[in-house]
Design a protein around this ligand. Sequence first.
Ligand SMILES: [Zn+2]
Ligand SMILES: [Zn+2]
Length: 434
Amino acid sequence: MQKLIFLSLVSFVYLPCRLAAQDVNKTIKTQALAIQQKLTEYRRHLHQYPELSNREFKTAAYIVEQLKNLGLDIQTGVAKTGVVVILKGGKPGPVMALRADMDALPVKERVNIPYASTDSALYAGAKVPVMHACGHDAHVAMLIGTAQVLSSMKKDIAGTVKFIFQPAEEGPPEGEEGGAALMVKDGVMDNPKVDVIFGIHIESWIPAGDIQYKPGAFMASADLFSIKVKGKSSHGSQPWLGVDPISISAQIIDGLQHIVSRQMELTKAPAVITVGKINSGVRFNIIPEEAYMEGTIRTLDSKMQLDIHDRIRLTATKIAEASNALAEVNFYTKTLVTYNNPKLVDNMLPSLQAAAGKENVRSMDWVTGAEDFSYFGTKAPAFFFYIGGMPRENDTKNAPPHHTPDFLIDDSRLYVGVQTFCQLVFDYPNTLNK
Ligand SMILES: [Zn+2]
Ligand SMILES: [Zn+2]
């Protein structure tokens, strides 16, 4: 009897909360679905007028135009062209940040769609065609839509939402600062201090509306490295009179691959070293003075990233020294490891499933591609995941890769992204006591 009374009391207390949560989920879904046509319109407008990194002026103005009448606090010119929008919920709670990147790429669109880009812009001193070839147009559209839906549900939100429209994810022009690193440096994660941050990337190879995620290390760190080998010039017929920087570079490139295959504990995390550029010499029978190479390092473990730096420096300088040459090695870190806080992923998985449908949410492997979203993760627990943008009838094998002229996104399910962001905002405060 005592047990029975206890049970009925529990259900009495529990049921209204659960019903309320179901109501919220339903409202989110209805509202997100209702703006799908708008989302397509936003995304296609942005697609038609793409802008390069740190030059997202029209994009920023367009964002402000869509959000200006909602009573939101809007800051522009953040980290050059970024827009930060604050929405204060009706109840006290955490500060939750949602991020969308804004920039396009120097790529000539080859897809036959009525809203294809015909724009061009200055890039590295030359006029180049510009295209949203990574789907950041979809990210901006989804975040605008999310701000609109959440504004209409403002009084029920427990906490503050910070919408971060970020410039230059693809990397600022040479000699400029930009992207997430500059946003963090300029204090975007403070005032009010962000407690948690979420980000979504649309992917051309995942069926539209599906979600894929990975707890822990998700996307790789990316470093650019350069090695200058200084030798001594001589006639090609008398190599013993010189120090050949080309043959030494060949040994160094071989040595770099031995770092990955012989020195890294690859069961812990994968690593990649690629030399993508090498320049030396002017003529077949002259041993040149110098050789210069550049490459990229990808790791999924921050300690491994630093370890590889040390080993590249050691390998290159010692190989050069063994032949009486000098090697100058430099590193430039572009992104850190994008790390998804495992507890946060665990807590928020039901939100992803509520939005996309349980059967459409799957875990995935490491990605050796990189994201500057990783910088936000140094300031607060972060969760970055993928949403699908491939027409559902297509085959992943034939999906056009990101950053290519044929890149294409099915924008008919952007509402799932909006729904997911809204769901995260409503569910996160409830996980704080877990
Ligand atoms: Zn990209
Ligand atoms: Zn991207």
